[in-house]
Design a binder for this molecule. Structure first.
Ligand SMILES: NC(=O)c1ccc[n+]([C@@H]2O[C@H](COP(=O)([O-])OP(=O)(O)OC[C@H]3O[C@@H](n4cnc5c(N)ncnc54)[C@H](OP(=O)(O)O)[C@@H]3O)[C@@H](O)[C@H]2O)c1
Length: 370
């Protein structure tokens, strides 16, 4: 068979501030080809990309390496390495079979000889700030459902990183309790939508926010008791009306965090999962907290967390409980196909990072089929 085109998504240039621009910072490179039958595997295996998952952590990985954060950064000129579901098309590795679905961090290109090393960060811990997590150490794993009972896109959402994040955060960090009131910011995101559902299963009252009316409807359909559009009603107004809160799950930071500090009860617990409200904003322009003194006055317990830290402790419980609840229809996973070809991928990343967009459900790009 003649070589085929092997499109890839390249991290061309670091956005100095603000959002990345498709075609400038993230580009499609269609100049490569691959001979699928003869490319040397060197004892590894060849995968075909099927479903790509644009995720907020990608913005963090685009920052300048001199800026301290919790992840390693992307290498300019190399393919973007991020979460995807792939299928094995050839293998020289005994435990990896042709036709097997795998998921995890992988270069965003149509075909890849695995394990992929070339464009990954060579992690030297002393070159990074203490606590930096080597994202590239997260290699592909077989999907835990070889029979294919779940749609593959589910592995980018409830059965993938967002689902695991919500689960470990709820069990290991927030430890929600019956009859408590929880506020979830960005409640329509992949993570937030599962937090709402897990909190309801625990008997909590849930207040949730997002940036569009369609998302408000979605959050109510997941069981949120009160949901609001922060573009129409301020976080403060909404929490004054629906609060006070015992617990806060924060995906946004900025105004959401400030309002939670003001309208929480003494001894409230905060699980800080993300900061999408500030991720793409230059440092000097960021919102300044007005209510930070409440941390001491109300004796708050505030904990930031990163999901890989909790995987060893909670992975087994997650895989035992969550897929079964999805199969029984007790937990819902909503994915939104925002593109179906490689040309769509750079824009899908830029769109995912914008606030208040109307993509309801976890954005995915389906670039391949079996
Ligand atoms: N700690 C961890 O280990 C970990 C792991 C995975 C994800 N996360 C975090 O969890 C959060 C959700 O992730 P996901 O993968 O579920 O995301 P997602 O489904 O892609 O949704 C991200 C949402 O963030 C919101 N957003 C973007 N810019 C915003 C802004 N300026 N102000 C307010 N909201 C804004 C948007 O919705 P609306 O504006 O409509 O709300 C967007 O839909 C993110 O903060 C992410 O960084 C953390």
């Amino acid at each position: 068979m003649a070589p085929v085109t092997n499109p890839r998504i390249v991290f061309k240039e670091r956005p100095q501030e603000g959002l990345p621009i498709a075609g400038k910072h993230i580009v499609l490179d269609s100049s490569h080809t691959i001979d699928l039958e003869n490319v040397p595997l060197n004892g590894g295996y060849l995968t075909k990309s099927l479903v790509l998952s644009p995720e907020p952590a990608m913005r963090e990985r685009m920052r300048d390496p001199s800026i301290t954060s919790y992840t390693t950064t992307y290498i300019t000129g190399a393919p973007i390495v991020a979460f995807a579901v792939v299928v094995v098309v050839r293998s020289e590795k005994e435990e990896v079979k042709v036709g097997q679905y795998m998921y995890g961090q992988t270069p965003w290109e149509a075909y890849t000889v695995q394990p992929y090393i070339e464009g990954r960060v060579k992690f030297e811990p002393d070159q990074w700030a203490p606590g930096t997590f080597d994202m590239d150490s997260l290699v592909l794993q077989p999907v835990p459902d070889p029979k294919g009972a779940y749609p593959l896109s589910t592995y980018t959402n409830i059965l993938g990183t967002p689902g695991m994040t919500a689960f470990v955060g709820m069990e290991g960090v927030l430890q929600g309790k019956k009859d408590e009131t929880l506020f979830v910011s960005s409640g329509a995101s992949g993570v937030g939508s599962l937090v709402i559902q897990l909190a309801k299963m625990k008997g909590m009252k849930v207040i949730a926010s997002a940036g569009s009316d369609a998302k408000v409807k979605f959050m109510l359909s997941l069981g949120a008791d009160n949901a609001f559009n922060y573009k129409k009603e301020s976080y403060g107004e909404a929490l004054k009306k629906y609060g006070p809160i015992h617990a806060f799950w924060d995906n946004v930071g900025a105004e959401a965090l400030d309002a939670a500090l003001e309208f929480c009860l003494p001894q409230a617990r905060f699980a800080i999962c993300g900061a999408s409200g500030t991720d793409s904003i230059p440092y000097d322009d960021r919102y300044r907290l007005k209510n930070a003194s409440q941390i001491q006055k109300k004796r708050l317990k505030i904990q930031g967390f990163v999901v890989p830290d909790y995987i060893p402790q909670f992975a087994a419980q997650f895989f035992q409980e969550v897929p079964a609840l999805v199969a029984q229809g007790k937990l819902k996973s909503k994915e939104n196909t925002v593109g179906e070809k490689w040309d769509d991928v750079p824009q899908s990343i830029a769109d995912m990072l914008k606030s208040g967009h109307d993509i309801v459900g976890k954005p995915v790009v389906t670039v391949g089929s079996v």
